[in-house]
Design a protein around this ligand. Structure first.
Ligand code: HDE
Length: 702
């Protein structure tokens, strides 16, 4: 059931710990009512503060200890509560309890994050995004700790510290923040060819998502499902957003980071507050052991995907995020995910990257959350009973009773015991292992480029151009020539045009090697492209520029149409002073041309109204607003007799054509003499998300 903000939590531990604001009296931590919270104890009004002031000391000491270490990676994030509900028929694949009963709702807590930046960094960094889901199941917590990209930079966990050190700000001057566009990152990458498949993804529009609500999620590694009969199959996890997968333009990301560094955090928060609950379908690619042997893709290699056209995604259920956290620190900051939190029916494979992760998460959380009892923090507590003989440690919250804290024991006959072979116990899949100790990789791990080529050739031409431009931008920020050259050499093994374009942008020449071809086992995969128009526009946001004298009827008609599709809007005027519309009504703006800009919206509408249009034509900020939206390939609509704002913005409309239909095909809606079709035309254009092929965008000055 969707929950309204403030509604009871599905998690008993959170519900028990929630505290309404208490309006009675301020007390010390010991419950002593404070007579004065504003003055420390002094020897005379102008005298020294006294050491005996335990009220001052307690308050300052607590404050001094408010901060905990941020996550070493994925420090910046935002989270939400929700529910997961299974589809019927999953029992043939797995015995995992939360995937069985379609009538049952399993509470979830999901944290999205960037990887490289610190806690206070901006949301629209070019980066992979974390997509970590905690399922509070009746059999214990299951964490699906994934990313929005299905592969990773490295094949073995032993290289993770090197990789992270290279992408983090450089250690001598801590520059740059939340950016991979610097020497150390590209130095490491250029010497690590296994990273180039991931580089294709992370230089694509996937790495600058429009919204957390519009990202796919992936488990990256191959896991196992085990059903009640003990049969096992390999699986790869997928989350499919019902709103589709969408990115922004790079120039837009750069500007958004200044205009609203919390853009993704705010977007998620507002969508949930507005009741536009984000939804994803959970799915798996299922691969039998026999099929795995035929694939020519090593399933233990986390730098490889299995194209969805080869093994389609089987949908297992749906997740709905429907409640914002009450307290960022208590929930979003203290939540501790771990890929090793599994339930019966789910098991691991020997992916060497996964092996390192299974060690790392608890290790880092011991430091970050201050000792071994962080599983007792409300957000981390399972909803099922927990019994064991783990005792004591910093901040122990339980008061375990009795003498017996060990097993076997004869002193307490009802002490907890392991479940053994009875149903409900977690049993590892009896996988065989027999080999010599060595430090080496399987043969197919050496194929570094074939899936990078697959990714690149599966994109639309506009997406390919964005990827080329991303590489040009990033590498042009590297000071060291050899680093730039080595990256281009690697690109030449992926695609000749890509290498050539990037080389040109850097004033280099791509190496003359035979042009790589798509490997015979692959066909271009449409699932890798993000351009799939036609989805829902729920939760999108439109800028309505509405100054003095704007046409009231046009704005009202658009607002009604937007509301019906759960699209929100901001009325933007030159100042926050109320403006009069054409009917003389006083309208209070939501934002001003000074305090917002087009990058924060999905589309722009300028209604008609002579006085209003004449006024806007004098304002550079209004022209820049429209020009920037054009440049970022967004839908723009103008009302009756309002087309002059397009001319004033100096848009290269002639490159598109003068015919209204040609303009409409590029997301530019110009009202006819009635303006009646504008709302539906604008919504239609918004379903395309962006018009990435729009001619002339490079000519716009904005
Ligand atoms: Fe993580 N990762 N990771 N990672 N990871 C962490 O755990 C690590 C990897 C992912 O919102 C840390 O509690 C190693 C892949 C997410 O709290 C740390 C390796 C994927 C989050 C850690 C990887 C992820 C983390 C830092 C390579 C996608 C944020 C703080 C062997 C499948 C979870 C923490 C949250 C966080 C280790 C690679 C996803 C240090 C050693 C691949 C979503 O333990």
């Amino acid at each position: 059931m969707p929950q309204k903000p403030g509604a009871p939590s599905d998690l008993p531990a959170i519900e028990a710990a929630r505290r309404e604001f208490d309006p009675v009296n301020i007390t010390t931590q010991q419950g002593l009512k404070e007579s004065d919270d504003a003055n420390s104890l002094k020897a005379g009004v102008r005298g020294p503060s006294l050491l005996q002031d335990f009220v001052l000391r307690e308050k300052i000491t607590h404050f001094d200890h408010e901060r905990i270490p941020e996550r070493i990676v994925h420090a910046r994030g935002a989270a939400a509560h929700g529910v997961f509900q299974a589809y019927p028929g999953n029992e043939k694949y797995t015995k995992a309890g939360f995937l069985q009963d379609p009538a049952k709702q399993t509470p979830v807590f999901v944290r999205f994050s960037t990887v490289a930046g610190s806690r206070g960094s901006a949301d629209l960094a070019r980066d992979a995004r974390g997509f970590a889901v905690k399922f509070y199941t009746d059999e214990g917590n299951f964490d699906l700790v994934g990313n929005n990209i299905p592969v990773f930079f490295i094949q073995d966990a032993i290289k993770f510290p090197d990789f992270v050190h290279s992408v983090k700000p450089e250690p001598n001057n801590e520059i740059p923040q939340a950016a991979s566009a610097h020497d150390t990152f590209w130095d490491f990458i250029s010497l690590t060819p296994e990273s180039f498949h991931m580089i294709m993804w992370v230089m694509s529009d996937r790495a600058i998502p429009r919204s957390y609500r519009m990202m796919e999620g992936f488990g990256v590694h191959t896991f196992r499902f085990i059903n009640a009969a003990g049969e096992s199959q390999f699986i790869k996890w997928h989350w499919k957003p019902l709103l589709g997968t969408h990115g922004v333009a790079w120039d837009e990301a750069l500007k958004t980071n200044g205009a609203d560094p919390d853009f993704h955090r705010r977007d998620l928060w507002e969508a949930i507050e507005n009741g536009v609950y984000p939804e994803w379908e959970l799915g798996v690619q299922i691969i039998s052991e026999a099929d795995a042997a035929k694939l020519k893709i090593d399933l233990l290699d986390p730098t490889k995907i299995i194209p969805e056209e080869v093994i389609p995604v089987t949908k297992l259920g749906k997740m709905t995020l429907n409640r914002n956290p009450d307290n960022f620190f208590a929930e979003t900051e203290q939540v501790a995910f771990h890929p090793g939190h599994v339930v019966p029916g789910i098991d691991f494979t020997n992916d060497p990257l996964l092996a390192g992760r299974l060690f790392s998460y608890t290790d880092t959380q011991l430091l970050r959350l201050g000792g071994p009892n962080f599983a007792q923090i409300p957000i981390n507590r399972p909803v099922c009973p927990v019994h064991n003989f783990q005792r004591d440690g910093f901040s122990q919250q339980r008061v375990d009773m009795g003498r017996v804290a060990y097993a076997p024991s004869s002193l307490q006959t009802d002490a907890p015991a392991h479940i053994g072979k009875l149903p409900g116990g977690y049993e590892e899949f009896p996988q065989k292992a027999d080999g010599e100790f060595l430090r080496a990789k399987p043969e197919l791990f050496a194929d570094h480029y074939s899936q990078a080529t697959l990714f690149y050739v599966s994109l639309t031409p506009a997406e390919q151009k964005h990827l080329q431009n991303a590489l040009k931008f990033e590498l042009s920020k590297c000071d060291t020539l050899q680093v730039r050259e080595r990256v281009v050499e690697n690109l030449a093994h992926i695609d000749a045009e890509l290498a050539g374009e990037v080389a040109k942008g850097l004033g280099l020449v791509a190496p003359a090697i035979p042009a790589p071809k798509l490997a015979p086992q692959y066909k271009p995969s449409p699932a890798l492209s993000m351009v799939h128009p036609g989805g829902s526009v729920a939760g999108r946001k439109v800028a309505i520029i509405a100054g003095e004298g704007h046409d009231a009827a046009e704005v009202a008609a658009l607002q009604a149409a937007l509301k019906a599709e759960q699209v929100s809007w901001h009325l933007i005027a030159p100042t926050l002073a109320p403006v009069k519309d054409s009917k003389g009504n006083s309208v209070t703006p939501d934002a001003t041309l000074e305090n917002t800009r087009s990058v924060l919206y999905d589309a722009v509408f300028v209604p008609g109204g002579k006085e209003h249009i004449d006024g806007l034509r004098l304002l550079g900020k209004a022209k820049a607003f429209v020009a920037e939206a054009f440049m970022h390939c967004k839908p723009i609509a103008v009302g009756v007799n309002a087309a002059a704002v397009l001319d004033d913005a100096n848009l290269p409309l002639a490159d598109i054509g003068t015919d209204p239909q040609a303009l409409k095909d590029q997301g530019i809606v110009v009202a006819d003499s009635t303006g009646k079709s504008v709302p539906q035309d604008l919504l239609h254009a918004m379903r395309f998300h962006r018009f990435w092929d729009r001619p002339g965008v490079d000519k716009v000055a904005a």
